[in-house]
Design a protein around this ligand. Structure first.
Ligand code: ADP
Ligand code: MG
Length: 228
């Protein structure tokens, strides 16, 4: 995808009147919100309020019963499947980190950069100067530059989350969805994560789902509230 020729949309993400029912139970009821290019937005709500379901709708895993879901103004996400949507430029960070523990931090980023070229091919493929530069840039951003040669398995829970955010960013998404990143983090890691997400926005639109109020405050961004 050539970024320079892409026009800048008015709304990176647009949800209007989205309702999801599971056997008559409304997991999401008439949800509407918008995200501008480069905007950071938090979605808060108690357990069971439908936060993960909302992400499932945006990423094509769940089809809404009613409502509109548009990406970059004109792309109707309800008409695309999960694989399509990932390729359109929407990255999703699940609650549990899924880094490859037996590979180094650098190698994890190398694999993420290669996309689905396969582990063997990626790791034995010589990196270009630009690719190496890009990995170093992400390592700096997520604060893991000094540990890049260590195994990912040696990282703390919080650091694994940052590495995984880096692995999504290296693929250059327009929109990054992050599900409860502060869960299981120390207070310091939580504060660092808020700082990281603020840094990432601007270049990328970011939607963060959370119920930790300290973290939400630290994000210092517009908030949409989901009720049970
Ligand atoms: P949150 O992430 O805010 O904690 P969820 O989106 O996971 O909330 O769930 C919202 C509600 O929908 C919960 O009551 C949950 O039990 C229900 N739910 C979620 N997914 C399904 C599903 N696939 N089938 C039936 N009910 C579901
Ligand atoms: Mg959830």
């Amino acid at each position: 995808m050539n970024v320079r020729t892409k026009h800048i949309p008015q709304h990176m993400l647009y949800l209007n009147g989205v309702t999801v029912s599971f056997d008559g139970f409304k997991a999401l009821n008439d949800l509407s919100f918008m995200v501008a290019p480069g905007e950071l937005r938090a979605i808060i709500g108690p357990n069971g309020a439908g936060k993960t379901t909302m992400m499932d709708v945006i990423t094509g895993k769940v089809k809404p019963n009613t409502g509109d879901v548009f990406f970059r103004d004109t792309i109707d996400l309800t008409q695309h499947d999960e694989a399509d949507i990932a390729n359109l430029g929407i990255g999703r960070k699940f609650q549990k980190p899924t880094v490859m523990e037996s590979l180094s931090i650098f190698e994890n980023l190398e694999l993420a950069l290669a996309g689905n070229r396969g582990v063997f091919k990626s790791l034995f493929h010589k990196l270009t100067f630009e690719q190496r530069d890009r990995i170093n840039e992400i390592l700096q951003l997520v604060g893991l530059a000094e540990r890049q040669h260590e195994l990912a398995g040696a990282l703390s829970h919080g650091q694994k989350q940052w590495l995984e955010i880096g692995m999504l960013l290296i693929q250059g998404p327009d929109l990054l969805l992050v599900d409860e990143p502060a869960a299981g983090m120390t207070d310091h890691e939580t504060a660092m994560t808020a700082k990281l997400l603020r840094e990432i926005s601007g270049k990328h639109s970011v939607v963060v789902v959370e119920h930790d109020m300290e973290f939400i405050k630290a994000l210092d961004c517009p908030v949409t509230v989901l009720h049970e």
